[in-house]
Design a binder for this molecule. Structure first.
Ligand code: 2AM
Length: 224
């Protein structure tokens, strides 16, 4: 039996520093407030959510479940139970980057009836920490479909609907990006303060920011 001198974390990722986390939360709040003021958005969105009273639907209340520590997951390990964790943990990229500072670029905010997230565009220094296979299409006929570009799934979960697990945020982002890649045109668009919101049906919308948001982070492991 080989001896390992470290414990594999629950997950690896970039963790937002306090000031960046505060800015990101303010941006998320602002995003939801603006969506709440858009009749065209709400009208469609409400028809895809489960709530008691559609008339009294409140977006901020609906998305109450928010992560305590904002982060961009690179590798989910479940303390070593997930495949490929040991190789990832021992990789040169992880060893070199552990506890180092990174500035991530948030290029879009997105919302679906399940999750709210921020899309992160990785640069080449950050891509070395991104595991392979995260962009795999897990749909029925996935063998025939090409994966989305490497790193497409990178995101920060900002909020989830009741009963929805955080892992859903990345899958929701992939689904939106897939629709865009397939050439689907938005069913409607809304001009918001920070850019144009493009909606692709079933309450899935993405706001491409005219000015990306830079967030300061530390790459580390998370051990709750
Ligand atoms: P997230 O990255 O979309 O927020 C702890 O659960 C963290 O690991 C969360 O941040 C969560 O989602 C992420 N996570 C959980 N299960 C995962 C999986 N199977 N693949 C990738 N990330 C996962």
């Amino acid at each position: 039996q080989s001896f390992r001198a470290y414990i594999i974390p629950y997950f690896f990722g970039w963790f937002l520093l306090r000031r960046s986390a505060r800015e990101m939360r303010e941006n998320a709040e602002d995003f939801l407030n603006q969506l709440s003021n858009s009749e065209v958005f709400l009208k469609e969105f409400v028809s895809y959510v489960e709530c008691q009273s559609k008339e009294k639907f409140d977006l901020q209340e609906y998305f109450q479940k928010r992560p305590r520590v904002l982060h961009c997951t690179t590798k989910f390990c479940n303390y070593g139970k997930d495949p490929g964790c040991e190789a990832y943990a021992e990789s040169e990229a992880v060893e070199d980057s552990y506890s180092k500072a990174f500035t991530l670029n948030v290029v879009a905010l997105f919302v679906t009836p399940r999750t709210v997230g921020a899309r992160v565009l990785l640069n080449k220094h950050q891509e070395v920490l991104w595991p392979k296979g995260q962009e795999r299409d897990e749909g029925e006929d996935s063998t025939e479909k090409a994966d989305l570009p490497f790193g497409s799934r990178a995101h920060i979960t900002l909020a989830c609907a009741p009963g929805v697990k955080a892992v859903q945020t990345g899958l929701d982002l992939l689904q939106i990006l897939k629709l865009i890649e397939e050439g689907k045109q938005p069913t409607f668009q809304v001009d918001l303060q920070k850019g144009q919101l493009c909606c692709y049906g079933e309450g899935q919308c993405i706001l491409n920011l005219t000015k990306p948001i830079e967030v300061k982070t530390i790459f580390s492991g998370f051990y709750p």
